[in-house]
Design a protein around this ligand. Structure first.
Ligand SMILES: Cc1ncc(COP(=O)(O)O)c(C=O)c1O
Length: 459
């Protein structure tokens, strides 16, 4: 009998694994099964409380949703795959109709993709096509807040102005313009609008294609949002300068912030929106770009083509999952649940973390919550990047059977390291309370350790 390689059950150290890991110095625990917001590790059987929807703000229905699993099985038996270039299919048509009719009626057309980065790349091509079709071919540049994340493909990555993300890939990144936008120090958005005017002038008339941003920030600065005055000013400039507004709602969409799209709460309607993560809820890789009738009309009246795509775009299996996910989100009244659960967590975290010098601010937008960590010596400055507090938080949390995410934004110089919580919208109140309790215990234990490390670094 042929000898098979033995695969380590509980963790995979880099020397034993054939996988190209994200970090070569980390022994990844192997996750074996899950139920609701509880993950079970292979080997040890340890149960991890998942406060971040699978770690990437994705599993908005938790694990083991029988209706979604049944829909996926049924579609797999009937027809899992057909290529967009040749065919359409009923699950795709139905999903596009439901999104544009029921959940996001301000949008008229949908193109499905497999993930958020692809959706944002597609949005960039769609925006560019809109202008080219209208005879406005000088418009290619995007303006986007520097403190953002729109995906890892080079088109989407170029939208972010974070040095920590861009450094290595700089030769591949298009020359978009970035807004430094420090919302906390700019409560009426006037500084950001003045900077936007400077950037529009720097780009030159008729050259800016779109302003692209997350309406509520996720990983880059969890739950931070610009003031309404900024959106109104952006809307005026859109009319005056002729660019489009595109919202990346890969995280904030599908009910997470307490409404189907976070932009539906704002005094501005985008021309293009991307959604992902919660659309497939972790049961299938699916995301989408949506646009208004006006954007579609430009293509329709022009060449009539938008020839850009990927193998799995709009395939029956992921679209059937998307339909089943929407059924369940409607059934559990997901936006209302996000509002209630989010308010509960925000109040508890705020109250219990208020006295920690390590924590500057707790923010929430539905069930998307952020905790900003700062240097406890002054309670304001970002923590030194060398301390790698972001990694410390995630590792300590996992050691204490809690899954959350943290982002190393201190190196970008705009905000400090952040903890991000984004539980499933199906989590019970008791589970949300337990996530709060574990997060508080983690940060309370971390503070003296950080103080000690800072003192040591100073000595
Ligand atoms: C706001 C935002 N946009 C886009 C993406 C990229 O999505 P994906 O990882 O599915 O490509 C992410 C991923 O975290 C995100 O947070």
């Amino acid at each position: 009998m042929e000898e098979t390689m033995s695969v380590p059950a509980a963790t995979a150290s880099v020397d034993e694994s054939c996988v190209l890991p994200r970090a070569a110095d980390f022994d990844y625990p192997s996750v074996e099964s899950a139920d609701g917001v509880w993950l079970t590790l292979a080997g040890s059987g340890r149960r991890i409380l998942d406060a971040c929807s699978g770690g990437a703000m994705t599993t908005c229905l938790g694990h083991g949703d029988e209706a979604v699993i049944a829909a996926a099985a049924e579609q797999s038996l009937a027809l899992p795959y057909a290529y967009q270039h040749h065919f359409t299919n009923a699950p795709q048509e139905r999903l596009a109709e439901r999104l544009t009719t029921d959940l996001m009626p301000e949008m008229a057309r949908v193109r499905f993709t497999s993930g958020g980065s692809e959706a944002n790349e597609t949005a960039l091509r769609l925006i560019r096509s809109y202008h080219v079709e209208r005879g406005d071919a000088d418009r290619w540049r995007m303006i986007a807040p520097a403190q953002s994340y729109h995906g890892s493909l080079t088109g989407a990555l170029a939208l972010s102005g974070r040095p920590s993300l861009r450094a290595r890939w700089a030769p591949y990144l298009a020359g978009h313009l970035h807004l430094s936008a420090r919302w906390r120090d700019d409560p009426d958005g006037s500084q950001a609008l003045a900077e936007l005017d400077r950037l529009l002038a720097e780009a030159g008339p008729g050259t800016v294609a779109a302003y692209v941003c997350e309406p509520v920030s996720a990983a880059a600065a969890p739950a931070l949002r610009p003031p309404d005055a900024f959106w109104r000013g952006l809307d005026e400039r859109r009319r005056e300068h002729g660019f489009l507004v595109a919202f990346d709602e890969i995280v904030s969409g599908m009910g997470r912030t307490g409404i189907w799209l976070a932009s539906q709460q704002l005094p501005i309607t985008p021309d293009v929106v991307t959604i992902g993560k919660g659309l497939g809820a972790g049961y299938a890789p699916i995301a989408a770009v949506l646009c208004t009738e006006a954007v579609y009309d430009a293509l329709d009246a022009g060449s009539g083509e938008f020839e850009h795509g990927h193998t799995w775009d709009g395939a029956p299996l992921p679209c059937a999952v998307g339909n089943a996910v929407i059924d369940r989100l409607v059934e559990i009244e997901a936006p209302a649940r996000a509002r209630e659960g989010g308010a509960r967590m925000l109040a508890a975290l705020d109250e219990r973390l208020r006295d920690l010098a390590l924590v500057r601010e707790v923010r929430g937008s539905g069930l998307l919550l952020g905790i900003e960590m700062v240097d406890p010596r002054d309670g304001r400055s970002p923590l030194p990047a060398a301390l790698d507090v972001e990694r410390l938080v995630v590792e300590r949390a996992l050691a204490q059977d809690l899954l959350l995410t943290a982002t190393a934004t201190a190196t970008d110089g705009i905000v400090g390291d952040q903890v991000l919580l984004a539980p499933a919208l199906t989590a019970t109140d008791a589970e949300l309370d337990e996530m709060v309790a574990r997060t508080v215990a983690l940060l309370e234990a971390l503070e003296p350790e950080v103080v000690g490390a800072l003192a040591e670094a100073e000595a």
